[in-house]
Design a protein around this ligand. Sequence first.
Ligand code: NAG
Ligand code: NAG
Ligand code: NAG
Ligand code: NAG
Length: 176
Amino acid sequence: MEMRLTRRGIALPAAMLTCAVLLVMLPEVTSTRFIVGSNMGWTSNVNYTVWARDRHFYLGDWLFFVYDRNQMDVLEVNKTNYETCNSDHPLHNYTTGAGRDVVPLNVTRHYYFISSKGFCYGGMKLAVLVEDLPPPPSASKIKEKSGSSRFTFRSQIIIPALFAVAAVWDSFLLFL
Ligand SMILES: *[C@@H]1O[C@H](CO)[C@@H](O)[C@H](O)[C@H]1NC(C)=O
Ligand SMILES: *[C@@H]1O[C@H](CO)[C@@H](O)[C@H](O)[C@H]1NC(C)=O
Ligand SMILES: *[C@@H]1O[C@H](CO)[C@@H](O)[C@H](O)[C@H]1NC(C)=O
Ligand SMILES: *[C@@H]1O[C@H](CO)[C@@H](O)[C@H](O)[C@H]1NC(C)=O
């Protein structure tokens, strides 16, 4: 019985410390992973100019292209070749063959993506401007922006973090 009390005395502060560490780390999580075309993915019949128009892309964010690997691909081209849908001189070929390709937006500049095989002519082209990260938002700014995808992504981090805390907590309880 005495042993149990001693262990509880250790486990409780340890679990609380884990909570505290996670809460301190959370404001650092600012990158967003954008699924290109949202639930439509990377495909024909989506206007990616419209998709990108209301979004902000910041240094450190990611683009995630999800598409039919048997038909489409993901090529980064320069502005001229984006406008003319010329896929002969890609700057970067992100196609891995899985139909799920990740592009790190690791430079502040314009990025231009097209799918070759004729799809670009139908509008399968995306231009994004990657900007420097804005200063860390204050509490009031977080409230203002609560509807944005950036904040949604944060809550996607927070929820798994809470599960992680719960898992750590459970493992401590197992020792009691
Ligand atoms: C894009 O690359 C092509 C060669 O593939 C070149 O002729 C053109 O000037 C380049 N455009 C820009 C904006 O750099
Ligand atoms: C891009 O890379 C993929 C996978 O290596 C390859 O199959 C494809 O031919 C490449 N496309 C171009 C346009 O270079
Ligand atoms: C950015 O990411 C691309 C693709 O992974 C890589 O080729 C490039 O070297 C990276 N650039 C910097 C500045 O990290
Ligand atoms: C996408 O929408 C923009 C803005 O409404 C329009 O200017 C552009 O022509 C459209 N692109 C395609 C491929 O339909």
